[in-house]
Design a protein. Structure first.
Length: 85
């Protein structure tokens, strides 16, 4: 049976996406400046999108990158909520 594995740089990119998403979500809850939190969230979404494209052949790496995107979307939602309320 042939097993498809991804390279280490792809795995690192996916984990960077996850950590960026988590960091942006934590920052959006703790920050007093929602504009900066929104910028971090958007940057995390872009990092996550790049990671998903890079890891599209391995479902495990794609799940990690997608989790980062989800956390970044949460960060953007919290930042927008803080801006408009």
């Amino acid at each position: 049976m042939q097993q498809h594995t991804t390279s280490t740089p792809t795995k690192i990119a996916c984990f960077v996406s996850l950590f960026a998403g988590v960091f942006s979500a934590i920052y959006s809850f703790a920050a007093r400046t929602p504009g900066t939190a929104l910028a971090f969230g958007i940057a995390s979404i872009l990092i996550g999108g790049f990671s998903v494209l890079k890891a599209r052949r391995n479902i495990d790496d794609m799940q990690v990158a997608t989790a980062g995107i989800f956390m970044a979307v949460v960060a953007c939602a919290v930042a927008l909520w803080q801006m408009y309320s």
